[in-house]
Design a protein around this ligand. Structure first.
Ligand code: MRU
Length: 363
């Protein structure tokens, strides 16, 4: 990745919070400033930033901005709560959002002075960012031996399929699903990635492809329907995806289409791994299908597609103008289809016992 964009969220020299506007990648690299908590809400809602860990970190900075704004409001407490609610309602599925909000809220709970609250909110947001970098690095270190083993066995390029973008663009650095790939590549293991397009927002061919290209990892973009065929013909050695929310029993909500890849992987004995920071585990729920709220987005995202034409970013209508479209953002992959969960504490089976072995403090 270009040096300027080593991270996905940063402060510029003037102290302004900035992010990469992910809506314009890979065609344009636009930087977007976040000056007000309401702009943070919009950035999350409109997917200027996206990906569970980055959503959480951005929301934490949103609370810092809300603290600053509260000092100029006639009723600071009311204003603050209103902005916290707006942040919490920005997207429903990725649990990192609620986790980050709760973490900052807790850090502020016994602090009456707004000056001090501003300081603590910023400190906590910075901590969340630094911790995510380290967590993702460790996920890569634990995932690397899986790729190494496949390489040792076949002595040829390891073909990995991924869905959506669970890369550095969805986090701060490294990414979750991409971290083992980056670390394998750094070690000289030849890796090739099948990148699902990931309709309708196309995070695969817009974002994952861009990221892998920046890192120098060979990849091929494929339509969302292709993975099953590749697996039937032994062209995929492993699947690795991210997650927006994982239940304590190991069910995984991730970008719509993940479940179908898991089914195809199971049918073809292809290992299917999910890479996740523990911040993505929702310990309060067990059954992903019943308990994880699935985001439904605007139907226009399905009906229209955005791309580059003659140097301009343009949108074109794909369907009859009056077509009805359904736009479910995520689906749930049941734990039974998952070979293993790769976390910052190691790899475990996708079930309650496996997760509790790594996170005994949650018993
Ligand atoms: O709708 P998005 O782009 O926010 O969805 C992102 C995903 O589904 C990712 O796989 C997940 O958040 C993990 S990001 C490390």
């Amino acid at each position: 990745m270009q040096q300027n964009f080593k991270r996905t969220i940063w402060f510029n020299e003037e102290g302004t919070l900035q992010v990469l506007d992910q809506r314009y990648l890979p065609h344009q690299t636009r930087i977007h400033s976040l000056l007000h908590s309401q702009e943070v809400v919009t950035a999350i809602k409109d997917m200027i930033v996206r990906g569970a860990p980055l959503i959480g970190a951005t929301a934490a900075y949103g609370i810092w901005l809300a603290c600053k704004e509260a000092t100029n409001d006639a009723n600071p407490n009311h204003y603050f709560e209103q902005q916290m609610n707006a942040l919490a309602q920005s997207r429903p599925t990725a649990v990192n959002l609620f986790w980050a909000i709760e973490r900052v809220r807790k850090a502020l709970s016994d602090i009456p002075s707004w000056e001090k609250r501003i300081e603590i909110a910023l400190q906590t947001a910075n901590e969340i960012v630094e911790e995510d970098v380290e967590i993702c690095r460790k996920i890569g270190a634990f995932g690397l031996p899986i790729i190494e083993k496949i390489y040792q066995q076949k002595q040829k390029t390891v073909n990995v399929l991924t869905h959506c973008n669970a890369g550095r663009l969805g986090c701060i650095e490294w990414g979750t699903a991409t971290s083992p790939l980056y670390q394998a590549h750094d070690k000289g293991i030849p890796v090739h990635v099948w990148v699902d397009e990931t309709r309708p927002r196309n995070q695969g061919f817009n974002l994952t492809a861009w990221e892998l290209e920046q890192y120098g990892i060979p990849y091929t973009v494929i339509t969302d329907n292709t993975g099953g065929h590749l697996m039937q013909h032994q062209m995929v050695d492993m699947v690795i995806v991210g997650t927006d929310r994982t239940t304590r029993k190991g069910d995984v909500a991730n970008k719509i289409g993940t479940y179908l890849k898991a089914l195809a992987a199971k049918d073809n004995q292809v290992p299917f791994y999910v890479a996740l920071p523990s911040t993505t585990i929702d310990w309060t729920i067990a059954d992903g299908l019943k308990e994880i709220p699935i985001e439904e987005r605007n139907e226009e995202e399905v009906k229209w597609i955005q791309g580059s034409h003659a140097g301009e970013i343009v949108s074109v209508l794909l369907t009859p103008a009056n077509a009805k479209a359904a736009n479910y953002g995520f689906d749930v992959t049941p734990a039974r289809l998952i070979t293993g969960l790769i976390t910052e504490r190691g790899i475990c089976e996708a079930n309650e016992a496996g997760l509790l072995r790594l996170f005994p403090e949650r018993v």
